[in-house]
Design a protein. Structure first.
Length: 284
């Protein structure tokens, strides 16, 4: 059976937590290494998954539009003809033109990220990294004009209405929190976020975000059709509406709206593969 095969694969790869839900019904829960549904776990680069959604919420709030030039807010970019062409959407789709880097413990501060040069023309190439997220953080901080930090805005605008608590968030040397990494959530909290995404933003208690806006997260680019707005898309080639967040050592949040499936995976294995796990899980 698919579920048993997926559980067995996860357990062979240093499982910390596996939760599979169809809509609001939990199909299975497995834990290891002392974890349970409420014990927080690092998301690593899975942290990136908050910022594309928050950008859409900010667009709904009138703070920004995805296709506006970053230099409209970061005025120091106006004198650089290439940087002046970068849009907010390109930052979040990792096609702005920055080189690989800014991950793990090497995340730069906002000011350091802003000063980094481009390697490629904006939109020409997908390059994974944390620098574009830090630049988005700098932009959002200026948009918010000291009323809130980007992380306070994330909590107030998105996470609190969904009943999601971040257990902790790593700090950089200047006291800010990084955007591309650093958050710790419980399996239950990350599952709730995935269920919100799977419902395309619909919430029975209150409006959180326009469901039509949220569909942008599933849109890949010419540079990389399998990466959307701060989310990875189907790695198997057979699940068109699969969206997932991915972090080092096997952290994952899989969302498949057509199947009403949300899956949380936490672990510590460098050999865990999303494609292999998903092929065992589906069709479920």
């Amino acid at each position: 059976m698919p579920l048993e095969a997926a559980i067995a694969y996860a357990e062979r790869h240093d499982l910390h937590a596996l939760v599979v839900a169809r809509a609001e019904t939990i199909l299975c829960e497995r834990y290891g290494e002392g974890y349970d549904r409420e014990k927080a776990h690092p998301l690593y680069s899975g942290t990136k998954s908050f910022w594309g959604v928050l950008a859409l919420a900010a667009q709904e709030d009138g703070l920004l539009t995805l296709d506006e030039p970053v230099c409209d807010t970061l005025h120091e970019w106006r004198s650089d003809e290439t940087k002046a062409a970068v849009t907010i959407r390109q930052l979040l789709q990792l096609t702005a033109g920055f080189a690989f880097g800014g991950l793990g413990n090497a995340v730069p501060t906002y000011e350091a990220a802003i000063a980094l040069p481009l390697r490629d023309p904006p939109g020409a190439r997908f390059t994974y990294g944390g620098v574009p997220l830090q630049i988005f953080g700098a932009l959002l901080a200026r948009k918010l004009e000291s009323r809130l930090t980007p992380h306070e805005y994330l909590h107030e605008r998105l996470l609190a209405p969904l009943g999601i608590a971040v257990a902790s968030w790593r700090s950089l040397k200047d006291g800010t929190h990084p955007l591309p990494t650093g958050a710790q959530l419980s399996p239950a909290a990350w599952l709730r976020y995935g269920q919100f995404l799977g419902a395309r933003g619909k919430d029975t208690d209150r409006h959180v975000i326009d469901p039509q806006l949220l569909r942008v997260c599933w849109a890949g680019t010419t540079a990389n059709p399998r990466y959307g707005l701060a989310f990875w898309l189907d790695p198997t080639g057979g699940i068109p509406d699969l969206l997932y967040a991915s972090g080092a050592a096997g952290q994952a949040l899989y969302v498949i709206p057509s199947a009403d499936l949300t899956v949380v995976h936490f672990g510590k294995s460098t050999s865990f593969r999303h494609e292999t796990f998903l092929r065992r899980l589906l069709p479920l």
